[in-house]
Each structure stands twice: as structure tokens, then as C-alpha cells.
Ligand binder design. Sequence first.
Ligand code: ADP
Length: 172
Amino acid sequence: MTADTRITLVRGDITRQSVDAVVNAANSSLLGGGGVDGAIHRRGGPEILAACRALRASHYGRGLPTGQAVATTAGRLDARWVIHTVGPVFDPHEDRSGLLASCHRESLRVADELGARTVAFPAISTGVYRWPVEDAARIAVETVRATATQVEEVRFVLFDDRAHEAFAARVR
Ligand code: ADP
């Protein structure tokens, strides 16, 4: 981040945020899934899935690699773009934290390319991908703080109290 970047925390639903860009905890197929991904496609409507299918056809026939990020329209969400990023599945036998950091860094890089100034992130990898939320919060906040970006507000949107507390402990 820069001196002008603020990290804010909200307990709530990422699909209800008014921001320039919403980050999706996608899976590599880009064709939707559960959790954040399902919620974004449900509320954002079919335009997002159509854009994802087009991206698959043009660039990501083998799927979007873990740790990378790519943008589409935000459909009917109150945002201009969705930035899809694929978090790593937690593995207690392998350190994949570099990939989780990469999700945050790459999402901010895409946000800068788009000119997004406000970006909402979910707690990537902490749902179906089972990453312990206290550790994910540390990686997410450290990475945002270490990344040079024009984004003015990085808003972490946490679905439950535990995730909110984990992020609050890192942002304080
Ligand atoms: P992943 O596959 O990367 O683990 P998930 O979508 O399964 O992603 O979960 C990521 C986190 O997002 C979890 O902590 C989950 O509780 C939370 N979550 C699920 N739905 C929403 C939502 N609508 N808004 C914000 N966070 C959500």
C-alpha cells in the first residue's frame, strides 16, 4: 500500500458492497462454485459468467492458475468490476502462503490496471479451501501493506465474527 491507502474492515456480505471492484474467491475453472463465488454470480447475474466463459475460451483453457487474478464486468453488482482470483487449498504439509499472498498482490495489480480506487476482498481460501482464518488474515494484511498500489481503500469484508476478529487483530 502507500501512505494514502486505508485498510477497512466490514462484517457482512461482499455482494452488497458499493466499491469499484469486488474480489472473488474463485476456483480455477472460472465457472462458479460455492461460497463467495456462488453469491457473486447469483447477485451479479449471468453477465459475469458469460464474461468468465469468454476468458476461459480466449486465455484460460486450462483454468486460471492459483495465485493469479483477472477482471470481468460486475454485472448487476454495485461495482464496476469483479476481480477473480484463485486461492490455494490449505495443505498442512506444504507451505502455500506465497500463493495466498500472490492472490492479494495480483488482485491489487489488476485493480491498478483498471483504475479501481476502492476494492473489497473476502477472506480468500478460508472457506471451502480450509485455510485457518487467523493465518490467512496475517498473510492478507501483510501483503496489502507490502504492495505498492494506487488503491485508496482496501476493504476486507468478513462474513462471520471469527473472521472479523482475526482481521481486526492484524489491522489494529
Ligand atoms: P475459498 O474457496 O477461497 O475458501 P469461500 O468462498 O469458500 O472461498 O470462502 C471464503 C470466505 O468467504 C469464508 O470465510 C466464507 O465464510 C466467506 N464468505 C462466504 N460467502 C460470503 C459472502 N457472501 N460475503 C463475504 N464473505 C463470504
